[in-house]
Design a protein around this ligand. Structure first.
Ligand code: 5GP
Length: 210
């Protein structure tokens, strides 16, 4: 029996930190079936409440470097002085088992993947304003004032890449932002190229000949 879908889709989601991307990604995964979150590897320290292998796989720089040498990352980048990478095998396994995968990665990583994976869907999340972004970052209280300033500077640098993405979602009212993200994923799933042609043959075209 053929599957309806030929393969899973990759959704690349980027945003300046504080735009609410992680919350949006978690929520959409709890709402839609067959959608998996790609857990990245990072050299940064876990924040309070973060769980190894769920939020990130936390590893040392030495381990990260070895993974680069073994060509185990689909892409990797240095963000805020720490290394972050997408493990190739995790993505391939999820896609092959027919799941869609969400990658929460920075703009450098996203631009690398744009060249490599033409069929991926690129989504950029914007905060409603720079003031709101500042407020959200301050509320987190996990960063020093210096780190906070660095994050804001980087936010502006990242926002400049918005037009390279297929979709932009403004995360002002959370419920609306989620609906937009859901609509993008559902529309992608209904694309004709996502349907397995063998399934069409088996269920429709070969039936007439019986
Ligand atoms: P945070 O430390 O706040 O969790 O993440 C910092 C930045 O790193 C975010 O923009 C996040 O999207 C990005 N990031 C997380 N995982 C990856 C990854 O595997 N590759 C790349 N390029 N960026 C990542």
């Amino acid at each position: 029996m053929q599957q309806k879908k030929s393969k899973g889709s990759l959704f690349i989601v980027s945003a300046p930190s504080g735009a609410g991307k992680t919350t949006l990604c978690k929520k959409i995964i709890s709402r839609l079936p067959n959608l998996k979150f790609s857990v990245s590897y990072t050299t940064r320290q876990p924040r309070p409440g973060e769980i190894n292998d769920k939020d990130y796989t936390f590893i040392s720089r030495k381990e990260f470097r070895s993974m680069i040498e073994r060509d185990e990352f689909l892409e990797w980048a240095e963000v805020h002085g720490e290394l972050y990478g997408t493990f190739k095998k995790r993505i391939q396994d999820s896609l092959l088992s027919g799941n869609d995968v969400i990658l929460d990665i920075d703009t450098q990583g996203a631009m690398k993947l744009k060249k490599k994976i033409k069929e991926a869907v690129f989504i950029f999340i914007l905060p409603p304003s720079l003031d709101v972004l500042n407020e959200r970052l301050e509320k987190r209280m996990t960063d020093s004032p210096k780190a906070l300033k660095k994050r804001l500077e980087r936010a502006i640098y990242e926002i400049k890449t918005y037009s390279k993405y297929d979709y932009v979602i403004i995360n002002d009212i959370f419920k609306d932002a989620i609906r937009q993200l859901e609509a993008i994923i559902i529309a992608q799933r209904a694309k004709s190229e996502m349907i397995n042609s063998q399934w069409i043959k088996e269920n429709f075209l070969n039936q007439g000949a019986k």
